[in-house]
Unconditional design. Structure first.
Lengths: 114, 116
């Protein structure tokens, strides 16, 4: 069955430090993969998506993610975290190529220490 | 341009009642999807509509239903509310509903439903 696993429920990093959020997926075909961010009381905002081609994907707000088929992973990275990055981050996989039918991981809550 | 608009933002209902939530997609978008977000289960897909047709449905009981109108606005209805239906209901709209390189799904801020 298709699934997305985010092993880390909560991560705390210091402002200015680097960040890596892990995501593993299970999907039979070539996946379309997404990272979304959700601030408290808000909807989801797309950070980036893997569609095809380059395995290193650049997104908004200085985020990037690397698709590794051999490891079934799509980890999100940022070289230097800002206090405004504190939020919850969700990894998702598209089912059947649908933009609207996504399976989400349980999310990773990011806290940023000053 | 205006984003995805969900109304109402907050709702309190009593067990056994029914509720209707509304979603107005971005102008020109023809696909609308609905998700339920709870602390325990996370984000779960409810259903997806494209041009007034339900294209996909998640694993929810028949109490959950939806529809899409000719102007692409969508409603979802939950009948015979249970305490466990308390959640944030999110709507997302996209241009064509399939993953293509230069499009994305945009989410509304959600409707917070509390069942007492």
């Amino acid at each position: 069955a298709q699934s997305v696993t985010q092993p880390d429920i909560h991560i705390t990093v210091s402002e200015g430090a680097s960040l890596e959020l892990r995501c593993n997926y299970s999907y039979g075909a070539t996946p379309y993969l997404f990272w979304y961010v959700q601030s408290p009381g808000q909807g989801l905002q797309l950070l980036l998506k893997y569609f095809s081609g380059d395995t290193l994907v650049q997104g908004i707000k200085g985020f990037e993610a690397e698709f590794k088929r051999s490891q079934s992973s799509f980890n999100l990275r940022k070289p230097s975290v800002h206090w405004s990055d504190a939020a919850e981050y969700f990894c998702a996989v598209s089912i059947g190529g649908s933009q609207g039918n996504l399976i989400f991981g349980k999310g990773t809550k990011l806290s940023v220490k000053p | 341009k205006a984003g995805v608009t969900q109304t109402p933002r907050y709702l309190i209902k009593t067990r056994g009642q029914q509720v209707t939530l509304s979603c107005s997609p971005i102008s020109g978008h023809r696909s609308v999807s609905w998700y339920q977000q709870t602390p325990g289960q996370g984000l779960q897909f409810l259903f997806e509509y494209f041009s007034e047709t339900q294209r996909n449905k998640g694993n929810f009981p028949g109490r959950f239903s939806g529809r899409q109108f000719s102007n692409s606005r969508s409603e979802m209805n939950v009948s015979t509310l249970e305490l466990g239906d308390s959640a944030l209901y999110l709507c997302a709209s996209s241009l064509v509903g399939i993953v293509v390189r230069n499009t994305e799904a945009f989410f509304g801020q959600g409707t917070r439903l509390t069942v007492v």
